[in-house]
Design a protein around this ligand. Structure first.
Ligand code: ADP
Length: 293
C-alpha cells in the first residue's frame, strides 16, 4: 500500500511555480497577481483565504485581499468584480464562498470574467471543460488529477467510481475521469445520495473517489483488493485530546480500508493540501494567457 502524499506533492508543485515566477521576473514578464474577496468573519473562510494569500507570497505572486462586512450589498460586490475584471494588474481572482444569504452567489460567480475565473466556477469554464476545451479546472479535481499523474497511476480502461455529485468536486471529477486523456480514459460510475446499494458499485471499482462528507462511509467490505482510494472528505469531528477540540475525518474508514489498497490518500494530508497549489497553478496559467489566448 502506497500513501498518496498530498503535502509533498503540493510543495513540489509550489516549488515549480516559484521557479517559473523567478524566471518571469528575470525576463521582465507579468508577475502573476491573485485577488481574493472575503465577506464576513467566518473562521473557516478567514483561514482559507489567509492561507491562499500567504501561499501567493511564498511563490512570489502579487496578492490582494479585499474584505467586506456581512452587510455588504450585492451591488457593491458586483462593482468590485467589474473593477477586478477590468484591472490590468489582477490576473485572476476568487470570491470566497459561502456568501451571506442576501447575496445571490450564482449571480456573483457569473459576473467574474471567465478569463480571470481561477476557481473554475463560471459556467463558461464548466462548459469548456465538458466540451474538452482548455479551461480553468476547479482546484480539487485538478489536484486529484495531479496526484494520479505524479504517482503514475494507470487510469485507462479502469472502472472509476465517484461518490458525490457536487458542482465543485464530484460532477467535474466524473467528467474528467472519462475524458480521452491521461489521467482519464476510465469507465466512470457517478454515485450520489439516491444511489441504491452503493457497496455494489464500489466493490467493482479500480479507483474510488469519495467527496461526500460522511465520516467513515466507505468501509473495508466495500473496497476490492488493490483498489486506488482518493478521499476528499474532511469533516470536523469532536476530539477532546486536541487543542482545537476537533480533528478532521475523511469519508473513508482509513484504518481498515488502507491495507486493501494499492494507493490511498490520508486525511488530512491527502487531497486537501493540493487545492491551494492548484489555485496558484491556475493563477499562473491566467497570467501566461494559457487558457484564453
Ligand atoms: P463537496 O463540496 O465536498 O463535493 P457536498 O456536500 O456539496 O460536498 O456534496 C455532497 C455530495 O454527496 C452530494 O452530491 C450528495 O448527493 C452525496 N451524498 C450524500 N450522502 C450520500 C450517500 N449516503 N451516498 C452517496 N452519496 C451521498
Amino acid at each position: 500500500m502506497i500513501l498518496l502524499d498530498g503535502k509533498r506533492t503540493s510543495e513540489a508543485i509550489q516549488q515549480e511555480i516559484a521557479a517559473e515566477v523567478a524566471d518571469i521576473r528575470v525576463h521582465g514578464g507579468k508577475v502573476p497577481h491573485l485577488a481574493a474577496i472575503l465577506v464576513g468573519n467566518d473562521g473557516g473562510s478567514v483561514t482559507y483565504v489567509t492561507n491562499k494569500v500567504l501561499a501567493c507570497e511564498k511563490v512570489g505572486f502579487g496578492s490582494t485581499l479585499i474584505r467586506y462586512e456581512d452587510d455588504v450589498t450585492e451591488e457593491e460586490l458586483l462593482d468590485k468584480i467589474q473593477e477586478l475584471n477590468n484591472s490590468d494588474e489582477i490576473d485572476g481572482f476568487i470570491v470566497q464562498l459561502p456568501l451571506p444569504r442576501h447575496i445571490n452567489s450564482q449571480k456573483v460567480l457569473e459576473a467574474v470574467d471567465p478569463r480571470k475565473d481561477v476557481d473554475g466556477f463560471h459556467p463558461v469554464n464548466v462548459g469548456r471543460m465538458v466540451a474538452g476545451l482548455t479551461s480553468f479546472l476547479p482546484a480539487t479535481p485538478y489536484g486529484i488529477l495531479q496526484l494520479l499523474e505524479r504517482y503514475n497511476i494507470e487510469t485507462s480502461g479502469k472502472h472509476c467510481v465517484v461518490i458525490g455529485r457536487s458542482n465543485i468536486v464530484g460532477s467535474p471529477m466524473s467528467i474528467l475521469m472519462a475524458k480521452a486523456a491521461y489521467p482519464g480514459n476510465s469507465t466512470v460510475t457517478l454515485c450520489h445520495r439516491n444511489t441504491v446499494d452503493l457497496a455494489y458499485h464500489t466493490r467493482q471499482a479500480d479507483i474510488i473517489i469519495s467527496a461526500v462528507g460522511i465520516p467513515g462511509l466507505l468501509t473495508a467490505d466495500m473496497v476490492k483488493e488493490g483498489a486506488v482510494v482518493i478521499d476528499v472528505g474532511t469533516t470536523r469531528v469532536p476530539d477532546d485530546s486536541r487543542k482545537s477540540g476537533y480533528r478532521l475525518r475523511g469519508d473513508v474508514d482509513f484504518e481498515n480500508v488502507a491495507p486493501k489498497c494499492s494507493y490511498i490518500t490520508p486525511v488530512p494530508g491527502g487531497v486537501g493540501p493540493l487545492t491551494i497549489a492548484m489555485l496558484l497553478k491556475n493563477t499562473l496559467r491566467a497570467a501566461k494567457r494559457e487558457i484564453y489566448a
